[in-house]
Design a protein around this ligand. Structure first.
Ligand SMILES: *[C@@H]1O[C@H](CO)[C@@H](O)[C@H](O)[C@H]1NC(C)=O
Ligand SMILES: *[C@@H]1O[C@H](CO)[C@@H](O)[C@H](O)[C@H]1NC(C)=O
Ligand SMILES: *[C@@H]1O[C@H](CO)[C@@H](O)[C@H](O)[C@H]1NC(C)=O
Length: 343
């Protein structure tokens, strides 16, 4: 009895520090309701670990669970019933299961009103499940078979900041103004490793990070970024871009700090802005680098004026091209902040 009381006292001490305002009664009911297949650590009672257990069904989730780990199982049904009492859930990891759209029960997701992060990477979805939880901030759906985005699936999703759709089967007609309408706060979208032949349409003006690696994009329409004033990180590695497909000023935008165009078919360095800090141009077909052409400002002006107009480029990759060394020395006359050039 005594050792039990000591253990309980230690437990309570722990809980008072770690749990997010859970009373003693709540703690007991939480631990009591822990599914036998899962692990519910007393020191972190809001988390329930049911990962890597070869589970075919989602067990009944205890009422005070905030963080739920179900990744790497054989679950094929996302059942509304299992979550009936778990109304506080903030974070669910369902990566690497076998959930298809048919397996997502009506309202299973919709009723999760407090979910902020939903991970369903590497399942068997062919479409974005609908309706989505209403207050989601991050939606991870990479490595499924998604080819469809139902119109309106994002409408009213005013908190969604991150959408990861990498490694799916999206074609150009799937990502349009109509299908992605409503993403009014989106900051990062990953559409890498899909089947896009052109730049996605209808992105919201809040986007800062656009990842399009591993598609078949050959060109960028002139003014494409006009409606995207916050574009900061742009990745187009492993596409089919040629210089003819890049309008002169398309990357000449002061918001872009990191531009990645590795593994394309460029033969010349595209025009960049003075604000750009990182430029990846490795593994293209660039033959030569002419500093007076690629310098965003006139090198003569640089000598006359203050440091303010000196281009910000710090990191440049040019390896895997067909450039004859040495690097032209006047590159450093223009890009005075360059600390690394890989050639
Ligand atoms: C929900 O909680 C009630 C009361 O504790 C319990 O009887 C019921 O089995 C729970 N349902 C699920 C799905 O966990
Ligand atoms: C790049 O954009 C800046 C700012 O809009 C502009 O002043 C500059 O002339 C452009 N560069 C070229 C080569 O067109
Ligand atoms: C670089 O381009 C400028 C302007 O097009 C040209 O005058 C100059 O000769 C070129 N420099 C080299 C080293 O090819």
């Amino acid at each position: 009895m005594e050792s039990f009381l000591i253990a309980l006292a230690i437990l309570l001490l722990f809980v008072s520090v770690n749990s997010e305002e859970m009373s003693y009664e709540q703690l007991l009911s939480q631990l009591h309701a822990c599914p036998k297949e899962c692990y519910c650590p007393p020191s972190f009672p809001t988390a329930v670990y049911c990962n890597n257990k070869a589970l075919k069904r989602i067990p009944k989730i205890p009422p005070f669970t905030l963080y739920l780990y179900l990744q790497n199982n054989l679950i094929d049904v996302l059942s509304a019933d299992a979550f009936q009492n778990a109304t506080q859930l903030k974070w669910i990891n369902l990566n690497q299961n076998k959930i298809s759209n048919e397996g997502v029960e009506e309202n299973a997701l919709k009723s999760m009103s407090k979910i902020l992060h939903l991970y369903m990477d590497a399942n068997q979805l062919t479409s974005i499940p609908s309706p989505l939880p209403p207050n989601l901030e991050q939606l991870h759906l990479s490595r499924n078979q998604i080819s469809k985005i139902p119109a309106g699936v994002f409408s009213g999703k005013k908190n969604l900041l991150l959408l990861n759709l990498q490694g799916n089967k999206l074609q150009d007609d799937a990502v349009t103004e109509v299908t992605i309408k409503g993403l009014s706060t989106l900051v990062q979208i990953n559409l890498g490793k899909n089947q896009l032949n052109s730049m996605p349409k209808g992105l919201p003006p809040t986007i800062m990070q656009l990842y399009l690696d591993g598609n078949n994009i050959q060109k960028i329409p002139a003014g494409y970024f006009n409606g995207l004033p916050k574009m900061t990180f742009l990745r187009l590695n492993h596409n089919k871009l040629v210089n003819g497909g890049i309008p002169k000023n398309v990357f000449n935008l002061s918001s872009i700090l990191d531009l990645q165009l590795s593994y394309n078919q460029l033969t010349e360095v595209p025009l960049i802005s003075s604000a750009l800090e990182h430029l990846h141009l490795d593994h293209n077909k660039i033959k030569s680098v002419n500093s007076s052409n690629i310098c965003p400002v006139s090198i003569d002006h640089l000598d006359k004026y203050s440091d303010e107009i000196v281009p910000r480029l710090r990191y440049l990759r040019l390896d895997g091209n067909v450039i004859e060394p040495p690097i032209p020395r006047d590159l450093f006359n223009c890009f005075r902040h360059l600390s690394a050039v890989v050639i």
